[in-house]
Design a protein around this ligand. Structure first.
Ligand SMILES: [Fe+2]
Ligand SMILES: [Fe+2]
Length: 134
């Protein structure tokens, strides 16, 4: 388990999206910090909620751009987003109901999903968006 280090390889070359991805990584690292320093459950719960909320905002923004650009894979992309939001929301509720602790596995799941999504699905739409003037 290590921090999520942002690097240029995560950049997709569309500034608005890159800034949001960077912010998501920051929030994930905040969660890591809260977990490692055994912050109170309240702080961890708040950080988890912040992550879920920001993720939803980012996904909505991204899907908006893809819709405008008539991205042919929008539905598949949206489904991937929805699946993640469902998992992250469930995690956050289980945490607030004290049925789930925040641990290495949880954090790694969030980190790996985001990492793979940015490097995989998100990079796939770049050429199309750019061809549509983004
Ligand atoms: Fe995405
Ligand atoms: Fe994204």
């Amino acid at each position: 388990m290590s921090l999520f280090n942002w690097s240029d390889k995560f950049k997709i070359g569309i500034d608005s999206i890159d800034l949001q991805h960077q912010k998501l990584v920051e929030i994930l690292n905040e969660l890591h910090e809260a977990m490692l320093t055994e912050k109170t459950e309240l702080i961890m719960g708040d950080t988890l909620n912040k992550m879920v909320t920001y993720t939803q905002e980012h996904f909505a923004f991204e899907e908006g751009l893809l819709r405008q650009a008539k991205y042919p894979e929008l539905d598949t992309h949206k489904k991937a987003h929805e699946a993640f939001v469902a998992k992250a929301t469930a995690l956050s509720s289980r945490f607030s109901e004290k049925k789930q602790t925040l641990n290495v596995e949880t954090w790694d799941f969030l980190k790996n999903w985001l990492k793979n999504h940015m490097l995989g699905e998100d990079k796939k739409y770049v050429a199309h968006l750019k061809s549509q003037g983004q």
